[in-house]
Every structure is written in structure tokens, then in C-alpha cells.
Write a protein that binds this ligand. Structure first.
Ligand code: SF4
Ligand code: SF4
Length: 216
């Protein structure tokens, strides 16, 4: 039974900006960064990213990048440069369509929590007023105990968002598998331990290689 019909109303505490007291990351996969950097030039928007999920490859002395995050702190508003200040809408969605947005933006208000290297959990961002307005339905979801039940609830009530969230989970699962495969082929060597001193030396000096499926 569908009990929520998700609709963004461009609220005063938009998800595309850091809210007060919030520690926010808007994750991007490398190919999404390339696309958004191009759009930023086309649309003359401020946009920058920071590396997020990185792995040192001591064999080739490069840093492998699994994901980035939008550098929200770059603007005084702490908002993504593609967010329209007047109505909090996304310019990418408005001009190019929903499917051109990064996957995490397509998945919102479903967010993903990393429990451990192999376990990810879906949850709903209660910072979105839509979720607050549907707090009874949300509470019903909180009563669901198994992963299958929670996923069933999300799939039914947020079909588009759940599909995107699922793609993110699959992509995140691909990263360690790809690293293991490259190690087994003897192409890279990612140590279990990499000290703060080693990072301090590697970060400014080593080249970057993005981890992208199909770019093998
Ligand atoms: S937090 Fe919710 S209502 Fe506000 S801008 Fe984001 S999706 Fe829209
Ligand atoms: S790309 Fe669009 S939806 Fe994603 S954070 Fe930026 S403005 Fe928001």
C-alpha cells in the first residue's frame, strides 16, 4: 500500500545545502564530476569537488579515487552551485532532466548509511519537511525490522528514488571488488595500513586515477 507520494516543495532548509549543525556530504562518482564540471562551465555556475573515497596504490604511486563530494563550503550559502537561490530548485534537473542529476540527488530523500565494508543501510532524511509531514508513515517504516521490509517500503513509496539508491549501493559494492581484482592481477597494491605520514607525503605528490566501471 502506498502511503507517501514524495514531492519536493523547495523548502527553506534545502537538501542541496548544509543545514545548521549538519555535517553533510553530497557524494559524486568520478564520471558525475566530469559531467557536472562541464555543466558548470556551460551554465557559468560555481562548482568544485573534494576527493572523498581514496585508496593509495603503492605499486604505481597513484591515488585511486572511488568517489568525490561536492565542496559545499566553497559558497557562503554552503549550497551546491547548481541550486537556484530563489526557489531552491536544481538547475540540472530543470534544464536537463532528473536522470542527469547525480545518483545521490536522484535518490533523495533516501540516503545510505555505511554500516561496514559490505553492509549498507537505506534510511530517509528526516531533515526534509516532506518526511516530517509524513511522520506517521515514517514511523511505520521505523517499525519495520528486516532489511527486506524496509526496502519493500521504500521501493513502494519512493520507486524512482529507490532505484537510484540501489544503483549507488551496487556501485559502492563494485569498488572493493574492483580493487581486489586489480590486486589479484598484480596491477596495483593497496596496503591494509597507510599512515598519516604516508598520506601527507602521497596526497600532494601522487597522480589520481578515477575508478569507473568500464574504464578498465
Ligand atoms: S529538503 Fe525536501 S522539500 Fe526541501 S528542497 Fe530538499 S527535497 Fe525539497
Ligand atoms: S546537483 Fe542539483 S540536486 Fe544535486 S546537490 Fe546540486 S542542486 Fe542539488
Amino acid at each position: 500500500m502506498i502511503i507517501m507520494h514524495f514531492k519536493c516543495n523547495g523548502c527553506a532548509t534545502p537538501c542541496c545545502a548544509t543545514r545548521e549543525g549538519e555535517d553533510k556530504k553530497i557524494m559524486l562518482f568520478p564520471e558525475e564530476v566530469a559531467f557536472l564540471e562541464h555543466q558548470a562551465v556551460e551554465l557559468a555556475r560555481p562548482f568544485a569537488v573534494l576527493e572523498d573515497m581514496i585508496f593509495p596504490d603503492i605499486k604505481n604511486r597513484v591515488i585511486l579515487v572511488g568517489s568525490y563530494r561536492i565542496y559545499l563550503e566553497m559558497l557562503p550559502s554552503n549550497a551546491c552551485g547548481f541550486m537556484r537561490q530563489e526557489n531552491h530548485w536544481c538547475m540540472i534537473q530543470e534544464l536537463l532532466g532528473l536522470e542527469q542529476k547525480p545518483l545521490v540527488c536522484q535518490a533523495y530523500p533516501i540516503a545510505i548509511k555505511t554500516v561496514d565494508a559490505t553492509t549498507k543501510e537505506y534510511f530517509l532524511d528526516t531533515g526534509c519537511p516532506f518526511i516530517e509531514e509524513h511522520v506517521v508513515a515514517y514511523a511505520r517504516m521505523k517499525d519495520l525490522t528486516t532489511v527486506v521490509e524496509v526496502e519493500g517500503f521504500l521501493r513502494e513509496n519512493f520507486p524512482v528514488e529507490f532505484r537510484a539508491a540501489n544503483q549507488i549501493v551496487n556501485r559502492l559494492a563494485w569498488i572493493p571488488l574492483r580493487l581486489r581484482q586489480l590486486e589479484q592481477e598484480g596491477k596495483i597494491q593497496v596496503p591494509d595500513e597507510f599512515t598519516a605520514e604516508e598520506w601527507a607525503e602521497a596526497l600532494p605528490a601522487w597522480d589520481r586515477v578515477d575508478l569507473i566501471p568500464g574504464n578498465e
